[in-house]
Write a protein that binds this ligand. Structure first.
Ligand SMILES: Cc1ncc(COP(=O)(O)O)c(C=O)c1O
Length: 375
C-alpha cells in the first residue's frame, strides 16, 4: 500500500451525519469530513436514496450517449455562470485541469498564467503547476508549466495582455484559511476584464454552499469567467465540474474528454445534492453555524491562539505551535480536524453539524491547546 494512505491510525467502520466510528469501536466527531468531501455529512438519507435508485440503472454511459441525470445536473450547474456551459469530471484536480486547458485554448498565443502565493489547486501536473507549496512540487519542478505565483494583493497589478488566465481561491483553504479581501476581488475583476484575461475561481473547497453561498466568489465579490467545483458536489462521490460563461466558447474539437465524468450514478446524487442545498437552505445554515462556531472558538482563552478566521464552515484557528501536533491531540479527544499549513488548525464541519457539535470541538481544542502549553 502506498504511504499516502492512513497515517492517523483510524480504520473507519461506520458513520452517519458528522460522526464516524473506527473498527476499534471509538467514535469521532468528524470535522475533517474527508478533506471537505463529506459536505452533507455521511450517508445523508436523501443522497443515499438517490444513489440506491440510480444503482438500478446503467452506472456509466460514456461521452457519446446522453443521460437524463447528467442533463439535469448540467442544467443546474449551468445556472452558476451567465449562459453557462459545464464539463463534468471526477475530482478537484481534474476540474482545474479542465479549466486550465479551456482557458489557455480560449486565449491562444498568450504566454502567462498567474496564481496566488499559498494557493492549492491539486496534484496532477497542470494543477500542481498552479499550486504554490514548493514541497508538493519539488520532485517535478523542472517539468511543470511555468506559472507566476504572486501575493494575492499584487495579482491584479500583474495582469497584462499576455496573461491567458488567473487562478484564485475566493478563500484559500490548504494555504492557511485566508478569505480574499473584497478589494482584491474587485481589482482582479477589473484587471482581467480590461486585459481579456480569464479569471478562474477554484471553488473546489469553498463552493457548493460550504462558505454560506453556493459560490464563495459571490460573498467576496469575485466575478469569475470559470468556476471549478468538486469535493461535496455529489455528496462525496468522485465528482468535479468546470462551469464557464457560455459566450467564451468551448474546448477545441477533440480537445477534452472523460470516461466517467458525469456518469448517471454520480449525476443523480449531484442532482439530489443541489435539491438539498435549495430545499434545506444549507448555505444559509453554513453561514450561521460558521459564525456561531467562530465566535465559540474565539472564546478559547489560550495564549497559543493567534487568530480565528474563515467563512461559513471553512474555519481556521492560527496557533503559535505546530498545527499537526494540535490536530493529533484533538483526535485523542475524539475530534477530527486537519492542518492548513504549519500553524493553522482547520475545521470543515458538514452541513448537518449542530451548535452542540461545534461547542464540543471548541472544548476539545481548548483542552488540546492546554496540553500543548504544558509540554
Ligand atoms: C482549493 C482546492 N483545489 C483543488 C483541490 C484538489 O481536489 P482533489 O483532491 O479532488 O483533486 C483541492 C483539494 O483539497 C482544493 O482544496
Amino acid at each position: 500500500m502506498s504511504h499516502v494512505y492512513g497515517g492517523r491510525g483510524v480504520t473507519v467502520a461506520s458513520g452517519s451525519g458528522c460522526r464516524i466510528r473506527g473498527t476499534d469501536g471509538r467514535e469521532y466527531l468528524d470535522f475533517l469530513a474527508a478533506q471537505g468531501g463529506a459536505l452533507f455529512g455521511h450517508a445523508h438519507p436523501d443522497l443515499a436514496a438517490a444513489l440506491r435508485e440510480a444503482a438500478g440503472n446503467p452506472w456509466t454511459v460514456g461521452l457519446g450517449l446522453d443521460s437524463p441525470a447528467r442533463d439535469e445536473f448540467l442544467g443546474y450547474l449551468r445556472t452558476l455562470r451567465p449562459e453557462g456551459k459545464a464539463f463534468l469530471c471526477n475530482s478537484g484536480t481534474e476540474a482545474i485541469e479542465a479549466a486550465l486547458k479551456l482557458a489557455t485554448s480560449l486565449r491562444p498565443g498568450r504566454g502567462r498564467i498567474l496564481a496566488a502565493r499559498r494557493a492549492f489547486h491539486g496534484r496532477t501536473m497542470g494543477a500542481l503547476a498552479l499550486t504554490f507549496n514548493p514541497q508538493y512540487r519539488k520532485a517535478w519542478q523542472h517539468l511543470l508549466l511555468p506559472v507566476e505565483h504572486i501575493a494575492p494583493e499584487d495579482l491584479a497589478g500583474r495582469v497584462d495582455g499576455d496573461v491567458a488566465a488567473v487562478f484564485v481561491e475566493p478563500i484559500q483553504g490548504e494555504g492557511g484559511v485566508y478569505p480574499m479581501p473584497s478589494s482584491v476581488a474587485v481589482a482582479l475583476n477589473e484587471a482581467c476584464a480590461a486585459h481579456g484575461a480569464l479569471l478562474v475561481a477554484d471553488e473546489v473547497q469553498s463552493g457548493w454552499g460550504r462558505c454560506g453561498d453556493i459560490l464563495a466568489s459571490r460573498i467576496v465579490g469575485l466575478n469569475p469567467d470559470v468556476v471549478c467545483l468538486a469535493k461535496g458536489l455529489a455528496g462525496g462521490l468522485p465528482a468535479g465540474a468546470a462551469v464557464w460563461r457560455g459566450d467564451l466558447g468551448d474546448f477545441p474539437a477533440k480537445g477534452h474528454g472523460t470516461t466517467y465524468g458525469g456518469n448517471p450514478l454520480v449525476a443523480s446524487v449531484g442532482c439530489a445534492a443541489w435539491k438539498l442545498l435549495h430545499g434545506k437552505l444549507y448555505p444559509r445554515k453554513a453561514f450561521e453555524l460558521g459564525r456561531f462556531f467562530r465566535a465559540a472558538l474565539a472564546e478559547i482563552r489560550s495564549p497559543l491562539v493567534r487568530d480565528v478566521r474563515g467563512m461559513g464552515l471553512l474555519i481556521g484557528v492560527e496557533v503559535s505551535v505546530k498545527s499537526p501536533d494540535v490536530v493529533r491531540k484533538l483526535q485523542e479527544y475524539g475530534v477530527l480536524a486537519l492542518p492548513a499549513g504549519p500553524s493553522v488548525v482547520r475545521f470543515l464541519p458538514p452541513f448537518v453539524a449542530e451548535e452542540a457539535d461545534c461547542l464540543a470541538a471548541r472544548d476539545a481544542l481548548a483542552a488540546a491547546l492546554d496540553e500543548c502549553s504544558e509540554s
